[in-house]
Design a protein around this ligand. Structure first.
Ligand code: ADP
Ligand code: F6P
Length: 321
């Protein structure tokens, strides 16, 4: 097993609050072992463009509290091709990079897997606000995103109650409903629409709104997941059917920004350190995860083949509450 002398770190896919804590932990852990660190800017796009900088301890100071990613991120189509991946591995070798920590989601793991195939050791860290990575119960950024969304939804609720309106609030999550489920429960929403469970029967929602209004409820909050979308047209149809003023609010990118919560800083720090440690031990083609209350690692292929469902009991409870 060749000794690891230099590692790279990159962030890829959508940015997530806490990514900086992970970059900082990777950097400082590797340096503590006498291993050099290079920051690769703008994900795989920056790798192919050779946007590579040395990272010293002080380069990551004053970053743990910042949202976004200090390295920048990108989605890079070229890296999904065999030529792009071979070129990426060649660039690593040229810069003396023996291993890379990739912070991102499932797509980014595929890129890491490709680099490992080309002889560059790789470790993935789950970085996405969507919580949609099957092998782990925690992903960097989810906690901050749900707290940001929860606070925004509380504010919409104030105005919604004052005007006795119905509000449809759309939250992010790509094809997954975790942000919607958590906000739905935490904000006490009347209806929660998840891509995994929604039956597309709007009449049920309309009946629920009418019944609640009869009981004297002043507001009606519907949390709609991005994977279902179409909140504005849904609001128009619901208003026409109920006669109750209905507004749509799409929270959008505000959910992805902002200073990370304590949980995101803490978990991202431990995951960053763990990734650097196992990379330096010589492990490759692995992803770090938080599973069953512990920090663990899985083979990337095994991780990508895992599936994750919306927890049935939690969803059932959301309907009761
Ligand atoms: P995420 O990592 O959050 O799932 P994406 O799916 O957009 O986000 O993937 C991020 C980047 O990872 C892509 O822009 C691309 O550069 C790389 N990537 C995605 N899929 C693959 C693949 N099958 N092979 C190699 N690289 C990939
Ligand atoms: O994966 C994070 C996420 O914010 C998803 O919730 C959303 O579907 C997607 O990224 C948006 O991506 P983009 O930044 O390319 O618009």
């Amino acid at each position: 097993m060749a000794e690891i002398k230099t590692i790279g770190v990159l962030t890829s896919g959508g940015d997530a609050p806490g990514m900086n804590a992970a970059i900082r932990a990777v950097t400082r852990t590797a340096l503590s072992h006498g291993v050099k660190v290079k920051g690769i800017k703008r994900g795989y796009a920056g790798l192919l463009a050779e946007e590579i900088v040395d990272l010293e301890r002080q380069n990551v100071s004053d970053t743990i509290q910042r949202g976004g990613t200090i390295l920048g991120t990108a989605r890079c189509m070229e890296f999904t091709t065999e030529e792009g991946q071979a070129q990426g591995a060649e660039i690593c070798k040229k810069h003396g990079i023996d291993g890379i920590v990739v912070i991102g989601g499932d797509g980014s793991y595929r890129g890491a897997q490709a680099l490992a195939r080309h002889g560059i050791n790789t470790i993935g860290i789950p970085g996405t606000i969507d919580l949609d990575i099957a092998c782990t119960d925690y992903t960097i950024g989810f906690d901050t995103a749900v707290n940001t969304a929860m606070q925004a939804i509380d504010k919409v609720r104030d105005t919604s109650s004052s005007h006795e309106r119905c509000s449809i609030i759309e939250v992010m999550g790509r094809n997954a409903g975790y942000i919607a489920l958590w906000c739905g429960i935490a904000n006490g929403a009347e209806d929660i629409l998840l891509p995994e469970t929604y039956d597309y029967n709007e009449q049920n929602i309309i009946n629920n709104i009418i019944q609640n209004r009869k009981k004297g409820k002043k507001h009606h909050i519907i949390i709609n997941a991005e994977g279902i979308g179409h909140s504005t047209s849904m609001a128009r149809r619901i208003e026409a059917a109920t006669g109750i003023e209905t507004r749509a609010t799409i929270l959008g990118y505000m959910q992805r920004g902002g200073s990370p919560t304590c949980k995101d800083r803490y978990y991202a720090s431990i995951m960053g350190a763990y990734a650097a440690d196992i990379l330096i031990e010589g492990k490759t083609n692995r992803v770090v995860a938080f599973k069953g209350g512990e920090f663990v690692d899985f083979d990337i292929e095994e991780a990508l083949n895992m599936t994750k469902e919306i927890p049935e009991y939690q969803y059932k409870i959301s309907k009761v509450l």
